[in-house]
Every structure is written in C-alpha cells, then in structure tokens.
Write a protein that binds this ligand. Sequence first.
Ligand code: TRP
Ligand code: ZN
Length: 879
Amino acid sequence: MDIASRPSEPIANPETADAAVPPQAPATVRRADYRPPAWRVPETHLDFALGLDATTVVTTLKVERAGDEPLRLNGDGLAARRVAVDGVAANAWHMDGDDLVIDLPGDAHEVTVETALNPAANTKLMGLYASNGMLCTQCEAEGFRRIAFFPDRPDVLSVYTVRMSGPKAQFPILLSNGNNTASGEGEDGSHWAEWHDPWPKPSYLFALVAGDLVANSSTFTTMSGREVALNIWVRDGDQARTSHAMDALKASMKWDEETFGREYDLDLFNIVAVSDFNMGAMENKGLNVFNTRYILADPETATDMDYDGIEGVVAHEYFHNWSGNRITCRDWFQLSLKEGFTVLRDQLFSQDMGSPAVKRIEDVRILRSAQFPEDSGPLAHPIRPDSYQEISNFYTSTVYNKGAEVIRMMRTMAGEAAFRKGTDLYFDRHDGEAATCEDFVKAIEDGTGLDLAHFRKWYEQAGTPRVTARLEHDGTTATLVLTQTVPPTPGQPDKAPMPIPLRVALFDRATKAHPGEELVVLDGAEGRFAFDGFATRPVLSINRGFSAPVAIEAEQSVDDLVFLAASDDDPFARYEALQMLVVRHLVAAVENGSADAAEGAAIRAAFAAILADETLDDLMRGELLILPGEAYLAEQLMVADPGAIRTAREALKADLGAALSDAFEALHARASAVPYSLEAAARGARKVKTQALVYLAAGRPAVAAKLAKAQYDAADNMTDRQGALMTLAGLGGPEREAALEDFHARFAGNALVIDKWFSLQAGSLHPDVLSHVEALARHPDFTMSNPNRVRALYMAMAVNPGAFHDASGRGYAMIADLILALDPINPQTAARFVAPLGRWRRIEPGRAAMMRAALERIAAAPGLSRDTYEQVTKSLGSD
Ligand code: TRP
Ligand code: ZN
C-alpha cells in the first residue's frame, strides 16, 4: 500500500463496499478565488536520509509573513514526526485535513518538520518513488506535498539547499537541482552530497535522483562564453543510445540563444532517464527527468518518429528553463503560460531542424485528432481553465497544443521580428516572477504594438470556432465573405466572436499564380474582404499554414480542391485541399452509404499525381498520402458511426491501393533501394515505403504480405521493421505469428521495443484485435505498474476505433475494467483513459448506450481517485 495515500481515503473492501453509495465529490478550485500567499519562503533546506522503502526528510523553511493567516503547509498523506519553530519543539500546530497549519507569533521564523516516506510503495509516481532500484521525484503539479510539508503552490519561490545521504553501493550517484556544493563519505558505506540551486523556484521544480547511473557527458559553450557541463544519466548499458538526445540538447541550447536570445544560467545541466514515468518528461531546474522513451534511441530500436519525439521533448524541457522556470506560473490556471508557449517554441525549433512544412502538418494532425475532439466533448475547457478538481487532468491537448496555436496566431499577426520584441519584453519584465497569461498577452501587446484587447477571448472561451468562407466575384473584384460561430461548451452556452487571423491567397486558375498572400483578421461574427484585379473568378486558398486553429467550411468545388492539391504553393494548403477532398468524400460515403464515383475518380487522379510528382520530396509525399484519421472524420459528423467510418475509409484505401498498385509497388521498390541514414531523403524513403505497404495491404493484400515479409527480413532499422510488422500483424496469415514471435525474441529485455510489440498488436487492423489485447494483458511482460506498458497496450487499443468501438461493446468494457484496476495504483494514468468513453454523445445510439454504461459502472465504484472521479462525472454530465 502506498504510504503516501490519504489515510482518510475510503478503502475498497469487497465485504462492506456498497456500490450504490456515490463517492465523495472533491472540492472545486476556482481561478477567481486566487489569493496571494500569506507567507513567503525565501529559503528551503531539505535533508534526506535515503532508503528505497524508508526515507526520512527533515525540512527547514525560513518563512516571512506576507498576510494575516497562519502558515499553511500542504501535505498529501504525510505525517509530521516532529515540528519545531526557531529550533524549539512546537505544539502550536494542527492538521487541517492533509495540511499542517502553524500559528506563528512573529513576522519571520524558521520552521522545521520531519516526515517519513516509503518510496518503494509509491505506485502513483508522484512525489519520491522508486524505479528500477533508483530513487527519483516528480513534483509537478502537486507532488512535492507527498515529500514534505510546504506551501505547495507555484507562486511561492524559494532558494533550495539539499543534502542527501544513503548507501553508496546502492546509490552511487546523488543528484538534485543546481550545483553540487559538497560531498563526502559517511559511516558503514554511506555517502552524502549537498546541492544548492541559486535560482529561486517553486516546489514543483524540485528534483532529487539517487541511483546507480552512468552519464554521457559533454559540454556546451554559451553565447557569453560560459562552459556548461552536460550529462545524460542512464542505466549502465544504455549510454550508446543517448547520442541523439545529447545532440538535440546542444541544438536546443544554441537555437534558444539565436531565436529567443535565451542563454542557459547554470554551469551544469543534468538529464536523467527513468523507465517508470507518468508523462513525457519534466523540466526540474538543472535536473530534467525524462521518460526513457524520450532519451534512448539507436537505429535498430527507435523509429524515425521516435527520433523526432526525442528531439522535440528534449528541446521542450530545455526551453522551459526560461518559459517555465525563470518565469513560472502564478497558479495552475495559468499552466498554458508555460506549456502553450513552450510547445510553440519546441514546434518552431523542430521546424528549423527539419522540414517546416512537414512539421506543421504533423502538428495540425495532432491538434485535429486530439484537441478538436476534446474541444467538442464533455471535457472541453479554455486554454486558461476557470476551475478544476484535480489539476493533473488539465495537462491537456487544449492547454498544450491549442495554447501553442493561440500564441502562434499572435506571432502571425505581429510578424516574426515584432513578436521577438514582445517575447524579449516578456522575459525582461517578468524574469524571476510567477506570472499570469494576462502578463504574457500584455507584454506581447506592448512589445509588438498589436491591440489584443479582443484577442484575449481566446484564453476565455473553449470550443473550436467554425468559419464559413465564400467568394463573391463581380467585375474585377473578388470579395471574401466570412462568418464565424464558436460552439457552446460545458458551462459556456453563449460565445462571443474572436479575432481569427487567416492567411489567404487567390489563385488564377489559368496561370496557377496569385498576386501575393494576404492576412485577413475576421474580428466579428461576419466580415467582407474585397480584393481587386481579378478579371476571372479566382480559386480561394484559405487558412494557409493553418494560421488559425479553426474549422473552415469553405465553398470550394471539387475542381478547386483538385487544383489546390496539385498547385498551391503553400505546402500546408496543398495538403489541406487533398484532405478536404477526401473528408468530404468519406463523410458523404458514411452518410449516404455509398461513395460518389466522379469524386472517387478525382481522388484517384490526385493521389496518382502525388505519387508521380518529382518536385515533391518523400517526406512531404508521405505526409500527403496519409488519409484523414478516423477521429477527425468522426468530428465532422454530429453523430458518428465508427463502424461505418472505418468501412468507408478502408474501402477508399483499398480502392487507391488496387487502382494505383503499380505505382505503389514501384515506390516501394525505389524506396527500398535507399540505404539507411538519418538524412531527410533516407527518412522520406522509409516513410513512403511503409505508406506504400499500407495501401497495398488494403488493395493487394497478397502483394503486401510478400513485400512486408521481405521488408521485415531485410530491415536494418526499426522504422522499416515496425512498418513491415504492422502490415503483417494487420493481415493475419502464417507470417503474422512468425514475425511477432521473432520480434519479441529479438528484442526481449528492451522495454521500449517490447512496448512497440504491444502497441502494434493493440492498434492493428486485424479483426480479432480485442482477443489479442485480452491475451496480451495476461502476457508475462504486461504489468500495471509501468505507465509506458499500460499505455502501449490499452491506449493503443482505445485510439483504434476498430477495437475500441467494436459493436459488441467489449472494447468499452475492457477500458472500464482497466480504469477500475489502475485507479488505486496510478490515478493520474488511469484518468487519462476516461476521455475516449466520454465521447458517447457524438456516437450512434447503440454504442453510446454501452459507453455510458461503462462510465456509470466506473462512477459507481467506491473510493475513486479525485482524478478519475472528475473525468467520469464530467463525462457523464447532465447537460
Ligand atoms: N511540465 C511537464 C512538461 O510539459 C509535464 C509533466 C511531467 C507533468 N510530469 C508530470 C504534469 C506529471 C503533471 C504530472 O514538460
Ligand atoms: Zn512542458
């Protein structure tokens, strides 16, 4: 049992538990209730006596009065073993729930509290926990209170000094934030280290790591000539797989200097990779902690996508040093202040490191498949939420990805140079502070000269705006007629229009040229924008580069879309035209039960042109060949039938695969001849190679099976091997079992690759996928205690509509069972599985009833965590 779990939490006892008793509703925290802290904590001293199952922490805080209330130190499942004020044992304190409250007479005191922990029993992976024999921490958002009593809120900034001691053989490496100021040997094989971080920080940025680790070490010289020691700490044997992460770190440091003028501010930067981690990584000051998945890579075990993920996440955490650490959040409602901005920064970095067009398309695809559904479902919230029960539930695609889009719009309206002035002003004005989203917008406003008064609505309103667009043509004038509506979301029935910046071009159909791109900003519910000099009706290209995170309904003919798909000079717009063509076709096919033949022919011709277009590089070609995802297609329908969507989409794939089989086979052959390297051309070749298999598997399964088998056998890298195995696993047949067995045996013991083995089967097109998932849950390699493994199996299933939305309802029941089993172990990870079930209102009635029933079964369980309780009750809703 987790020692840090709340003593007051009801414990499920099968004998006495009454399923009819509703769980206790957790308190709601509101943005409007923000009050500044009553006490400041200028200095924090932590002394850890480390042990895997018994760690004691002595916390000494210098506190200064800033208000009238007593000192409130948050705790979560902690018991105070000892409390002293100014060095004297104190008894003027009491517990208020989990918090320790001390009545202090004066304006400045020193408070000492001792707590005891059992890290090995901490399965929530928040606070101090054990992973593979090492100790590590995760404190964001409210994990520090599981380690020590403290005002655990981001606007209390403190200078930390940390001392830790422990058995040297077990924990040869002792790390914390900042600089190692002293270390030494103790008695009986123990040793100790002292760390000091000169930068005041909130408690969520505290970190400690102790374990048997080895480093890949290097250095970086900053723009002012300071040398920074860089270490990436991993388990022995993994050093060889850290070079990509190290390259990404150095590139990030350089890029942030050049692009945002941000220099690193300590002499040491440590990264530690841990295999048990709830999220991707954490930006603790000077000591980033990473999920191994975002550090370890070599060609045999990591795909090209894994390489990109590592580059992006290493950059993201590094960039937080300024957008997050030097300037942090006043309260957790401001989370997008650091996350939205840092996502934008990592997106721009990745654009600069590779292909900007391809990166932009990938980011839009993520937004549409993850954020748009969130925005149209029961968990919709603004990028700056107004209330929460459990803050961990608000680390969402809305706060992160839509948050990034909102800042990107400001950048688009201001232009790059002015935007830089805005961010310079922001960093300058708020350095060392806990700031708000409003502070950010104000700095951008002051620095750029933009008027953002009305634009602030983007922070307040949830929901994806819908924009209709129509061109009127009269004489030589083309007039763009736009309307917008922001749909109602829970708690926000009525919405105001928001400023929507749209990059627009009007093409002459004959010359395939346009007189120059324009930026129009639709500020009200309707707008008319006139353009002169068009003797003939032009073709409208709108929301180029995806300049605004909105859904566009434009009056564009099939001919217009075919024209843009072939000829638009904006790569995103070209992709978008093709997507639009396919979306319309598939939505009509789902709604009418049959596809339009002429449209089908136009799509075939467009795909043939893309396969033949020699001006395209393969990375972009591969992007254009990806059909709109099932979740995005479902989003286009008020009420979706996931079975019909899958059938229509697979039918189109089969049609294209059969009609263009010669071209796909030729593409596969050409790409197979390109030797492995990390260069763009070789990566592009691998991308289209697997795309070719995907289409052939649908249209020419026997050919695909042969090619996939050959690709698997010849593979000298994970991209090819995984692509081939995915195809074989979807097709079935004798090759399936053999290849899966070979893959498992080949990579036994490599957790990250075994995760792929689970995911690939759970995400498969194979008709028996649910039975496979059931069997995999009993596989000896499956465990509920490792979030990566749980996600590899069950998240892959939950986002595979053919499995999750199986007409029997089995998929829903399996996810409900998982949530109930995982909730007592790791509530943060369990709660992430609720959203797929929460989509029930937008699914056809038969399935919707079963999804609801699954949610009700979870809601009825006694002792649910705050995390799962909030997501389930909101998903059931009453409106
Ligand atoms: N701040 C982290 C990031 O975006 C997110 C994070 C890591 C996190 N671990 C967490 C959030 C645990 C909540 C709980 O880089
Ligand atoms: Zn982040």
